[in-house]
Design a protein. Structure first.
Length: 541
């Protein structure tokens, strides 16, 4: 039987900037040995990328379900790959349909990645575009990178809209478990310090998430696994992973992969790897120096970096270290040598854009996550070199302050985007084994009305039943846009919370889906002036 757990959390950079989680994941169990799962990561440069990622992953999974249900015979390998292609087309078509129904919106504001996996017993089929990815535990006990991150020479990500970069394949080995992750978490499995090593994947970390001999998900259950790994993800040092953090793992508990020698699973010796990497770099950078001089230089660098400890995350009977990503920086002349690595590689710029099927089984368990850019300045020992840096920092700070003041003034004066067109339809397929859509947690969320907030993502909510009609201006295409004039939110109406929260001028807004009207829109939860809740959790009634 295949078990699933998923975790997703808003990244520390997004918490600081008030940016919503742009990751989403979604999955469905069609039978005990057939699962469809996907992750999507909205591109940070796209204004409405969180909507795009949610639409893409949900539509792709449900399109795949539709084709499996319509098949009258056992799917062949070619059928599986064709279903995946149809699903990707359906996902991009859904995004384009949504954009066309918005007033003044453009397709490049809705860029997202998409990675979809179909695990059928021990066989993996997948579709992929962008810089998210898949890791597999093969029946040989080897952890392997399945997908390749799609970026151009400048590091820009190829989004879903670029249909020419879509990849659909059957993995050539039988697998025991599969991990899907957006780039924030995916990068932690491939640290820079392992790039020159024979085994380039951080095996002990992958094993921690994927090995059922350690997890025992069939004994402890999916809920327990979700809670355990949610805590691990939440406790990751924000300096190590700054982007939204999302991963999902599919485990075939009936598969028993072979074991590798004990040394294969050992955590890398990070200090030794760092010293080796620095030595190699300095030999190439300073060929005129002797072996003794290189050794002294490397030791000096290591001593200067001794206070910058690597993150070490400890769980019961586990000791998992996630090293900061090292990238050699240009050195000063040997007389003033230093080494100031970034904690991660520079964040890529986001692109401009043979068994019969069995009936489904019920399941509802899910979560979410993601990661963001890292910026670090070299610690130049010469004070005169710090002056330009300090001037740059002050200038950046002043620009940010002016932006915040401008934003505040716009909010209080009531400036709004001209978004008057009716929201798009969000057609849904009814299937009992489909998980709720993951969006963002409230961890670190800040807004003036925070103490009144009752809602959270991925729940059912009720339009206030206390006789207070929701004003039409409280239901919008965008919380900063104009309101619907043709849509009424009826008292007692059931809706689904699928996005948010988003804080606009001190007010919390949520993205909701209204099945009865087949539309999406943003609604204000609480009105501080009238002390009225316009929408409340169903559990409150």
């Amino acid at each position: 039987m295949i078990y699933v757990y998923g975790v997703s959390e808003q990244g520390s950079d997004h918490i600081k900037t008030g940016t919503v989680c742009q990751d989403a994941f979604y999955f469905s169990k069609l039978s005990k040995n057939l699962v469809i799962a996907g992750v999507a990561d909205g591109l940070g440069s796209s204004e409405h990328s969180e909507i795009a990622s949610n639409l893409a992953v949900k539509t792709a999974v449900e399109e795949c379900i539709k084709y499996f249900k319509s098949s009258s015979s056992t799917p062949t390998d070619q059928d599986f790959l064709q279903y995946l292609r149809y699903s990707f087309n359906g996902a991009q078509d859904k995004i384009e349909e949504y954009v066309n129904q918005q007033n003044g919106h453009y397709l490049n504001q809705y860029d997202t990645t998409l990675t979809l996996a179909v695990l059928f017993d021990r066989t993996l089929y997948y579709g992929h575009t962008g810089d998210s990815g898949i890791i597999a535990l093969t029946m040989d006990g080897i952890y392997e990178q399945v997908t390749i991150q799609q970026r151009d020479k400048e590091g820009r990500v190829f989004p879903l809209v670029d249909r020419g970069n879509w990849v659909f394949k059957k993995y050539d080995k039988e697998v025991a478990s599969v991990l899907l992750a957006t780039d924030g978490m995916l990068d932690t499995f491939f640290p820079n310090l392992l790039r020159e090593e024979p085994v380039k994947i951080y095996v002990s970390l992958a094993r921690f998430f994927m090995d059922n001999q350690e997890i025992k998900i069939n004994i402890h259950g999916e809920q327990k696994a979700t809670e355990q790994f949610s805590k691990f993800i939440h406790d990751i040092d924000p300096k190590t992973v700054r982007d939204d953090k999302t991963l999902m793992v599919l485990i075939n508990a009936d598969a028993n992969p072979h074991s590798q020698p004990a040394e294969y699973y050992q955590s890398p010796n990070w200090p030794e790897l760092k010293q080796r990497s620095l030595t190699k770099y300095n030999k190439e950078a300073y060929p005129q120096l002797s072996e003794e001089q290189i050794t002294a230089m490397v030791q000096d660098i290591l001593n200067q970096d001794s206070g910058d400890a690597e993150a070490s995350l400890v769980l019961p009977e586990q000791n998992i270290e996630i090293p900061k990503q090292e990238k050699p920086q240009p050195h000063l002349p040997p007389t003033a040598s230093h080494y100031s690595p970034n904690s991660r590689p520079t964040q890529p710029q986001r692109g401009p854009t043979s068994t019969a099927k069995q009936p489904g089984t019920s399941f509802a368990e899910t979560a979410e996550m993601k990661v963001g850019p890292v910026f670090s300045l070299p610690a130049f020992p010469n004070p005169s070199r710090q002056i330009p840096i300090l001037i740059s920092i002050i200038a950046i700070g002043l620009c940010c302050l002016l932006s915040i003041l401008s934003y505040s003034v716009r909010g209080h004066l009531g400036f709004r985007n001209d978004l008057t067109k009716k929201n798009t339809a969000l057609s849904t397929l009814t299937f009992p084994a489909t998980s709720p859509l993951a969006t963002s947690h409230l961890n670190g969320y800040q807004c003036d009305d925070l103490k009144f907030i009752k809602l959270k993502p991925n729940i059912k909510a009720l339009i206030n039943q206390n006789g207070v009609q929701v004003p039409s201006q409280k239901f919008r295409d965008n919380p900063e846009g104009k309101y619907h004039t043709s849509v009424e939110l009826n008292i007692g109406q059931i809706v689904s919370i699928i996005g948010g929260p988003k804080c606009i001028s001190g007010i919390t807004w949520w993205l909701i889906s209204i099945p009865s009207l087949d539309i999406l829109g943003w609604v204000q939860e609480f009105d501080p002036d009238s002390q009225t809740f316009f929408i409340v959790p169903v559990s409150d009634n």
